[in-house]
Design a protein around this ligand. Structure first.
Ligand code: 13P
Length: 246
């Protein structure tokens, strides 16, 4: 049986003071039976590492460069993240695809760069509202995942996949458990064709996950936890989501 995983994505939120309160609050809510992680803005990795060391909560970043090193002003390499003790790095979040022009191949290259440094990439896929309404959901998520499968080849089993329908992110409009499960099942089938370890892989759902809908989502056969945005900024709510996972 797959152990559930809940990852908080703080996005561009936080301050020294707010982070300390949030992390203290989450630590106070332990233990969790699910695996728990927070993905924080780069400048806060150091204090997050200090706060979470020895508390059985992992941490990570929200992006990394596809390059190992070099003249890439403003970029942060996976090796740098590894130096800060990161376990996870989100790649291909829809906000990066939409606002920073990241395409499927760049996302796949970032996933590869993360694996090269023994980080676990959390690869995000998901359709826009227009794509869903045009009946393109399956084709879009398959195309996005296919680029990563093609690039990572036999190593694909080492990634976590997060299905995040763009229309559900930050909108309060969650996919129904059945809608989410249908896409997760499709992704698991696609992974099954690429690796013998597809049954061990974690597929997370993201998009307006809250304490009151988490349990029904996580009860679905192919939903192995959540990637949580807004609700990960409140310790009690995030902890409730983590408990709903196991
Ligand atoms: P919300 O939980 O705020 O909808 O964000 C989801 C998300 O984008 C997590 O990566």
């Amino acid at each position: 049986m797959r152990r559930k995983l809940v990852v908080g994505n703080w996005k561009m939120h936080g301050s020294h003071k707010a982070n300390a309160e949030l992390l203290d609050g989450i630590i106070a809510e332990r233990p969790f039976s699910a695996e728990v992680a927070v993905c924080v803005p780069f400048p806060y990795l150091s204090e997050t590492a200090v706060a979470l060391t020895n508390h059985d909560i992992a941490w990570g970043a929200q992006d990394c460069s596809a390059h190992a090193q070099g003249a890439y002003t403003g970029e942060v390499s996976a090796a740098m993240l590894a130096e800060f003790g990161c376990r996870y790095v989100i790649v291909g979040h829809s906000e990066r695809r939409a606002y920073h022009g990241e395409n499927d191949q760049l996302v796949a290259d970032k996933a590869q760069a993360a694996l090269d440094q023994h980080l676990v990439p959390v690869v995000c896929v998901g359709e826009t509202l227009a794509e869903r309404e045009a009946g393109q959901t399956d084709a879009v998520v398959k195309r996005q995942l296919s680029a990563v499968i093609h690039t990572l080849k036999a190593c694909i089993w080492q990634v976590v996949v997060a299905y995040e329908p763009v229309w559900a992110i930050g909108t309060g409009r969650t996919a129904t458990p059945e809608q989410a499960q249908a896409v997760h099942a499709l992704l698991r089938t696609q992974l099954h064709a690429a690796t013998t370890k597809s049954d061990e892989m974690k597929l997370l759902y993201g998009g307006s996950v809250k304490a009151d809908n988490a349990h029904a989502l996580f009860a679905q056969a192919d939903i192995d936890g959540g990637l949580v945005g807004g609700a990960s900024l409140k310790a009690a709510e995030f902890a409730a989501i983590c408990r709903a996972a196991g």
